[in-house]
Design a protein around this ligand. Structure first.
Ligand SMILES: Nc1nc2c(ncn2[C@@H]2O[C@H](COP(=O)(O)OP(=O)(O)OP(=O)(O)O)[C@@H](O)[C@H]2O)c(=O)[nH]1
Ligand SMILES: [Mg+2]
Length: 220
């Protein structure tokens, strides 16, 4: 989601860069694009509106129109406000266990599998971890294959039990497997679920109890 949002924001600022002169009109146009980008990223309408209003007030307050590099000033103001909107400080992910276990949960199609791959790749390259990706989505036929393709792309092994339809057991076996083979980070990709789906909610609770993860991430 954020990649898409940052691309859209980038494009919004092009409105300013392309213009020889910065005027109140093209600042307003930029902010309209920023608002659209936020709305398309599923940011609440009221929040998006408040966001652009705050940015506009700050831009006027800091006299963006007469600044030496107006578009850079706008980028900075939007960036700072986004940081506030996203919760101020970024929380560090807990990867202290051995293996550290991260349980990925969330709605259908929300990006759990993709994010599992990105997270494995990031923690491997930036934090020197040896991740193991675990395919615990036993419902969607192509889910295991999808994770395997991702794993191959980033050079991270994928633990799967094609014949096993019990994600709790798969998760537990995977953690054991990680211990045996010296993988210090286990990322468990689960099937998408809705809070109203009681059976699926019980399942994720059982996986959680079975592997006692350091982090349970909810992807929306
Ligand atoms: N733009 C954008 N698309 C994304 C992002 N993450 C995932 N997608 C796309 O969204 C679709 C679903 O992503 P998955 O990672 O398969 O989602 P999932 O939560 O694992 O889906 P299920 O396992 O079916 O519940 C795919 O087409 C991805 O390419 C993202 O950060 N930005
Ligand atoms: Mg998935």
């Amino acid at each position: 989601m954020f990649e898409n949002l940052s691309e859209r924001l980038e494009r919004s600022f092009k409105i300013l860069k392309g213009q020889g002169k910065i005027t109140e009109i093209n600042v307003a146009e930029t902010l309209k694009e920023v608002r659209r980008a936020l709305l398309d990223a599923d940011v609440n309408y009221k929040t998006a509106k408040e966001f652009t209003e705050t940015v506009k007030a700050k831009a006027l307050g800091q006299d963006v129109l007469n600044a030496v590099r107006p578009e850079q000033m706008m980028v900075k103001i939007v960036h700072d406000e986004l940081a506030v909107l996203m919760g101020g400080t970024a929380a560090e992910i807990n990867i202290k266990g051995n293996p550290a276990v991260i349980l990925m949960s969330g709605l259908q199609g929300s990006g759990k599998t993709t994010f599992s791959g990105k997270l494995a790749n990031m923690l491997k390259s930036k934090r020197g971890k040896n991740p193991l990706l675990v395919a615990a989505d036993v419902y969607r036929p192509a889910a295991i294959e999808q994770l395997k393709v991702l794993g191959e792309q980033i050079g991270v092994p994928v633990y799967a039990e094609e014949e096993n339809k019990n994600p709790v057991k798969i998760a537990r076996n995977a953690v054991q497997h990680a211990r045996t083979y010296g993988r210090d980070l286990v990322i468990i990709d689960t099937a998408g679920r809705l809070a109203i789906d009681e059976e699926m909610m019980n399942e994720i609770e059982s996986i959680k109890k079975a592997v006692n993860p350091q982090e349970t991430l909810f992807v929306v």
